[in-house]
Design a protein around this ligand. Sequence first.
Ligand code: 5AD
Ligand code: SF4
Length: 476
Amino acid sequence: MKTQWKLPDTTQAKKRLGEVEVLYDQYELTPQQKELGMNKTYFIKTYGCQANERDSETLAGILQTMSYTPSETIDEADVILLNTCSIRENANNKVFGEIGNLKHVKTQNPDVIIGVCGCMTQEEDLVKRILQKHHQVDLIFGTHNIHRLPDLLHQAHFSKERTVEVFSKEGDIIENLPTKRFNTIKAWVNIMYGCDKFCTYCIVPFTRGKERSRLIEDIIEEVNELKSNGYKEVTLLGQNVNAYGKDLRLDDGFASLLEEVAKTGIERIRFTTSHPWNFTSKMIQTISDYDNIMPYIHLPLQSGSNDVLRRMGRRYTIEEYMDVFNKIKATIPRCSISTDIIVGFPNETDEQFQQTLDVFNECKYDNAYTFIFSPRSGTPAAVLEDHIDMETKRRRLQELNELVKKYSLENNLKYVDEIVEVLVEGPSKKDETVFTGYTPQQKLVNFTAHDAKEGCLVKVHITSAKTWYLIGQLVD
Ligand code: 5AD
Ligand code: SF4
């Protein structure tokens, strides 16, 4: 390995040390960097969760301040960035597939800069694999040094060597990074970075570092600015939003933050993801108290078995989970709830899987994201011996997915003949008399109308329901 390369180190990434500062003038470009992208284009391909989507908006913002413009296609771009996810093996496989595809792009245009960033590049093994096997990749950086992109791109442009810089430890919070938002009505707003939960299966605490909260005033300023720029909806982002403000020593920080965001008067507020472990009554009450906090909560269950939950390091029992679930349902009128479930955690028995189905039947979730356990190198669960074969895991996933569909449809049918409020996202691609948008409960609606303006809140009469969406007509 080249000495100037800075490679990730998993042992360092595990540590939770050091103070975090908030910096307001860290990001600055040299005149040369401001012109580096003149007459050049970029293409960013994003994998994974909303945190990555939001990071890509920062990457785009940085590239645009360097004079790069967006390219319509990946093949024609001068700079290609793959912002990667490593939550499960198949996320990694997709990225390696794309890296492979880009080989021909590099052959056709040797001047193109191909960069890989995001969660995968925080992992030692994966970076080594890219360096050894994928010589078309020119630039590798991580989730903690996005702000270094101008320097790194400069280096990648002018040096004959490949540029590799990954920080294993999170740095400070940098508030003055530019952003190019990809949507004009709905915006992602980071409220915190990182995760300290260390669930035994999860790579995120390694790839995203320790929990760091942005200051309330900085978040509010961003929301106010979005509102004055015509944004109708914000989604507050964090790997575990209920931990917001713990590092700032705030008491029930997320409830206070939600209240402050609600008071800005922005039309719709959403947040993701919340952990069932410290979902406080005050948070539930605040969501119920404000009309502009949407009645939709993503509450990951992961498993219906107390033994599996303990081995996953989830910090709650099923009884405690149900307590939060029932409180939400009792306090927030018509709140929809979705969840995440992992099947086939090492040595999950048939009875334990049955317990997950039982909880699902009790909660009747509006939606669920279901996964087969995927061992992530460096996490405690990855080294557990596992006696459950893949066929059993696949069968369990299929069985669970039948329930997901059943309750999704059942919940959707409850809206038939009702009038719901929809935030219009635009006409559908296939038919311009059909428009799409979401209800407060995050139900997708396809509705007919002569005209419906993007970004407006409209009333729609629901005429029928499908498993994944509602169908309706605009109410004049
Ligand atoms: N294997 C399978 N699913 C996982 N998730 C996180 N890590 C893993 C893993 N190693 C799922 C969890 C989490 C969602 C974002 O991804 O359900 O809530
Ligand atoms: Fe994937 Fe997790 Fe990284 Fe999001 S934070 S991109 S889900 S690994």
